[in-house]
Design a protein around this ligand. Structure first.
Ligand SMILES: C[S@@+](CC[C@H](N)C(=O)[O-])C[C@H]1O[C@@H](n2cnc3c(N)ncnc32)[C@H](O)[C@@H]1O
Length: 377
């Protein structure tokens, strides 16, 4: 039996409580029944809110404070709303076009304002590092990127692939530090690629230095003519449903001594988690891999080092995004979201408050971010 299929067997039988290695199909069936109740309760609360029920933020937070720690600590199986969350899926990433429509290709005026957009830090949709004294969102993102550079061991002259490059923030920052680094970025979001294409024409941007190549396309179909010294992927693997196949693909892009750095949301629970709410309204097919999932898929790439970043860092990042979102209402309410703006606003406020809260649950020790340094197996 391979490492992956062992992982899947354990997860398929995870009981509601008790020893996860005690496999019992009755326990599993009971758990799936209980999950349906939790899903329905979660969705009723969320949909009442987004349909106009007036609930102050403080009340929402104290409600989350009452039940989320119990679920994380004692009933993590109830946080896996669908069976597919527990196992690897057929495709490397499922439903990518749907994800772009619902999330990444939303009006960029709104996303850029929420995430922050400066000459140094372009919109960056991933955790900032606050635990070293950052005083604002931009500083937290700079400190996160400096930390990444050190952990991945980037050297001047490296050829680097950014797998899911967002708005080009990570390549732009790294190229500003290393004048001979060459970057290739892959992203399926047409709107984010448009932002990058503009920067590639802007003499102030390092993306215009001739050292950056953009591929607009799906990571399911990614192919590159060259091989890379380093591959990095920040905040993307929550959209990857099959780690084994993704690593097989990345391994073919890597030079023999190359290194891969994956930064993802992760949970220190026995099973992966997700939510009915984020699946329907925010990140279709998104899942948060448990901290051991990456090292258990070591057929083509092996994990040589890993780090757990406390969720408080992400909670603070979300708090800043929520504030930016709230502060930008006057500018962004006229953009086209394909639905009534007030409803859209409530969908996003629920998401930002809820996830922001979840990362701080249990002092950030269960729901945080994971970083993995991998090399060819
Ligand atoms: C959370 S954002 C992170 C972006 C960037 N790495 C950062 O830290 O700001 C995830 C990125 O992955 C891209 N992405 C998601 N699914 C993809 C797919 N199937 N193919 C290519 N890109 C994808 C999104 O468009 C988005 O740019």
């Amino acid at each position: 039996m391979t490492a992956t299929s062992i992982g899947q067997t354990i997860q398929r039988h995870i009981p509601l409580t008790g020893n996860i290695h005690g496999k019992s199909s009755l326990a599993y069936t009971t758990t799936r029944g209980a999950v349906k109740v939790v899903n329905a309760a979660q969705m009723s609360l969320a949909e009442a809110y987004i349909n106009g029920l007036e609930v102050p933020d403080a009340v929402l937070r104290s409600l989350f404070a009452t039940y989320m720690p119990v679920l994380f600590k004692h009933f993590p199986a109830l946080l896996a709303p669908y069976e597919w969350v527990l196992t690897e899926t057929d495709h490397v990433a499922e439903g990518s076009r749907e994800l772009m429509k619902l999330q990444y290709d939303l009006p960029q005026g709104m996303l850029n304002r929420m995430l922050g957009d400066s000459p140094v830090i372009y919109p960056k949709y991933s955790m900032g590092l606050w635990e070293r004294g950052a005083e604002n969102l931009e500083q937290s993102q700079i400190q996160m990127l400096d930390d990444l550079i050190e952990k991945l061991g980037i050297e001047d002259g490296d050829r680097i692939l950014d797998f899911g490059c967002g708005w080009g923030c990570v390549p732009n920052y790294i190229m500003s530090k290393f004048p001979n680094v060459q970057f290739t970025g892959l992203n399926l979001s047409h709107e984010q690629c448009e932002y990058i294409r503009q920067k590639m024409q802007d003499p102030e941007s390092h993306l215009s230095s001739g050292r950056f190549t953009l591929f607009e396309g799906d990571l399911n179909e990614a192919e590159f003519a060259e091989k890379f010294d380093k591959i990095l992927s920040v905040g993307v693997f929550c959209h990857v449903g099959n780690l084994t196949n993704a690593f097989r693909k990345l391994a073919t892009f890597l030079k023999p001594q190359g290194k891969v750095f994956i930064h993802i949301i992760t949970v220190r629970t026995p099973n992966n988690i997700s939510s009915v709410y984020t699946h329907k309204y925010i990140f279709p097919h998104g899942r948060y891999w448990n901290f051991d999932a990456v090292p258990s898929c070591n057929q083509d790439l092996k994990t040589v080092q890993r780090w757990y970043l406390n969720g408080i860092n992400y909670s603070k990042t979300f708090a800043n995004w929520l504030k930016n979102f709230d502060d930008s209402q006057a500018e962004v309410k006229t953009l086209d979201y394909g639905m009534d703006y007030q409803k859209f606003r409530r969908i996003w406020r629920f998401y930002l408050i809820w996830l922001g809260f979840n990362f701080a649950t249990c002092d950030g020790e269960i729901n945080g971010n994971g970083q993995y340094l991998l090399e060819l197996a």
